[in-house]
Unconditional design. Sequence first.
Length: 392
Amino acid sequence: MSEDFFDEFIGSSGEQDDEASMPEGGSLVQTPFIGPAMAVMRWKLGSNIDLEDFEGVPEYTKTTFSSGWNQYYFDSKAKADAAQALLEEGYVEQIWLWQMDANLVLNATSETFAERWGGVVSTECRITSLNSWKRRHEFHMMTLPSFVQAMAQRLGYIGSEVRLFHLDEIMAEDTKFTDEFELGLIGPTGRPDKGHANDYQDSILWKRRAELWAALGEENPEAYAQMDAQHKFATTSDKLSRILSALRTQVWRKPLWVRLMLIDDPKADAVSGSGRRITRPYIMEIFPTEADAHKAALEEAPDLPKQEEIPFDAPPAEEAAEPADMASEAAAPSDAPSVPSAWADYPESWKEELAKRKEQFDGKMPPPPVIKQLAAELEVEAGSVRAWWGFV
């Protein structure tokens, strides 16, 4: 297949972001989501303190959990560090954030799917150096090679049926996340006695990455930076370098139609405080066109009424997701939705208040974390803000 589509979704190399540098350094039934996804590199700051109480805070987006814990996302490390200095607490980490508008998930099996997901399917992995024995598997042995595998197939660098990298063991029904399973799949994650521990190179997923890299002309499986990057682990492969350029692009021009799974982290202790297994982004497939994605969704859920009349000849939906932090505005229904219960007796006031918020964003739907924040201020559900956005 032609590589022209690569420029269509990420743009030229001249549009790449220098901030998106790479560090060097030494459960529920899993179901993939089919739809338009965007990915972006961000720096995340976690804290219990609300940044709104400070002045001179760099621009950010935010997710707040019921526990009161806040996650702030910044488009540069400098901004994240500046916010951390204001808070005088918290930690900053680099992540690769993948998001998909929940309203556009083609194989959703419930009418309340988007509402239950808060409007967006979101998943991330930490980007670390290979020296990070505890976290390196998230990016280096899960999300990155899965993206390279899917993109290599999409670009025709390897055959469409060639599966050099996959995570089948994690998805197996009888999988038990034990220390032995972790060791075999990703290698040891305990602190090494000294220096750079290479034991992970004997792991199953690392060997698959090495095989995939070799198929793309890169004999060093540790390479994960573009050829033109002044980086310890820059690749010498034109093909791998082309794929890796997607990571250095600040904002993709349009989304990729993908089969994306929030897959269990194989680390034995990767469990949240509530007891659920933590998940990471797994890019299983990149579809050539939107029509191909629709077809795959129908094959997976043929009885869904809303999937029965799909225009297979429809062109790719370039506006399926907004580039700005990947939040896309759901199409407004033909009739105005019901007024939220908190405003039931004051419908005009509801419209006026939401209209004021809309003006602050020049009419453009803000990213999901901001939508949630607006909803909290207005004492309504995030879905109500989205549903009414086009009516005020």
